[in-house]
Design a protein around this ligand. Structure first.
Ligand code: ATP
Ligand code: MG
Length: 300
């Protein structure tokens, strides 16, 4: 076991933002925390890292009690925070060097590792560049490289790909898969359900400070949502008759109708009768599960 939290609690004034979270992270797995804005993901990560004091509960990470022994634990942990905290006064290379010195790593040790880290992040050509000259994707890659400076066993990544274009995102996914293949343990948060489906061995859905489901992405899909989805838009959606098909869950979202079922053929036959081929069929995915579990209301 890499980390274990029991009864984790965080209160800010009257608000309970993490409300009795139990979490186990197994060695070598990738665990994703999913949840709407304000669900308590960052707060949970920060408590696990000893960066925010919990209001209650117990935490053990890499054999260290947190927050008491957080410093010792962080020597073996890599952190990618939600918002980049690179030093704009330093170059790419200097950012890696200074960060290494926080761990008490000698300049030589870090120097020896920096070329590898720059290559890993595909930033070799940018080693002398100023931080402000980097694109969003490059900054994120540098933050990831920085988190690897101490060769961590556990990597904690808070929204590693938010705001990145598809190329940059896929690049980070590929790097994270590589790190996992090396045997490192990954804990990440994301708003991209595809990211969780691709990377995570298990996903925990957190809402209003509580874990409401935790399992392998496929298991969550099998358990919490019908297997098949038909989407109707425009005229097809407007003309879709009131629900009435047995075993079909109907959701209207703006001008779109979503039909969920485990019996694909009867639904498709009925849809074709009403709308010809003006529909989209797809298998249910983690995003459907997420919306079913946490609702469609916008949070902030
Ligand atoms: N220092 C603080 N003081 C008061 N409230 C806070 C503080 N930090 C976080 N909160 C509140 O705690 C709740 C959980 O915040 P947190 O940042 O953990 O959410 P999150 O799941 O990471 O959201 P997002 O997806 O937007 O990053 C939010 O309502 C937030 O406003
Ligand atoms: Mg957050």
């Amino acid at each position: 076991m890499v980390a274990r939290a029991r009864g984790l609690l965080k209160r800010y004034g009257d608000a309970t933002v993490v409300d009795g979270v139990d979490l186990d992270i197994h060695r070598g797995e990738c665990l994703a925390l999913l949840g709407p804005n304000g669900a308590g993901k960052t707060t949970t990560l920060r408590m696990l890292l000893g960066l925010t004091p919990p209001s209650g509960g117990t935490i053990e990470v890499l054999g260290h009690r947190v927050p008491r022994e957080a410093r010792a634990m962080r020597a073996y942990t890599g952190i990618v925070p939600q918002f980049d905290s690179l030093d704009p006064d330093f170059t790419v290379r200097e950012n890696l060097l200074t960060y290494g010195s926080y761990f008490g790593l000698g300049r030589r040790t870090v120097e020896a590792r920096i070329d590898y880290l720059l290559a890993f992040a595909e930033l070799t050509e940018r080693a002398g560049a100023a931080i402000n000259a980097l694109s969003g994707g490059m900054k994120r890659r540098l933050t990831l490289a920085r988190a690897l400076v101490n060769d961590p066993a556990l990597l904690v990544l808070d929204e590693p790909t938010t705001g990145l274009d598809p190329q940059a995102r896929q690049h980070i996914w590929e790097r994270l898969q590589h790190l996992k293949a090396e045997g490192r343990t990954l804990l990440l948060t994301t708003h991209y359900m595809e990211e969780a489906e691709r990377l995570a061995d298990r996903a925990a859905v957190i809402d209003a400070g509580r874990i409401i489901a935790c399992d392998a992405p496929r298991a969550l899909i099998a358990r919490h949502i019908e297997a098949h989805v038909v989407e109707l838009r425009g005229d097809a959606a407007a003309g879709w008759p009131a629900p009435g098909l047995p075993g079909v869950v109907t959701e209207r979202v703006g001008g779109t109708v979503l039909l969920y079922t485990n019996e694909r053929e009867p639904l498709l036959a009925s849809v074709r009768q009403h709308c010809g081929d003006d529909y989209i069929y797809r298998p249910a995915n983690l995003e459907d599960v997420f919306l079913r579990l946490t609702g469609r209301q916008v949070r902030d």
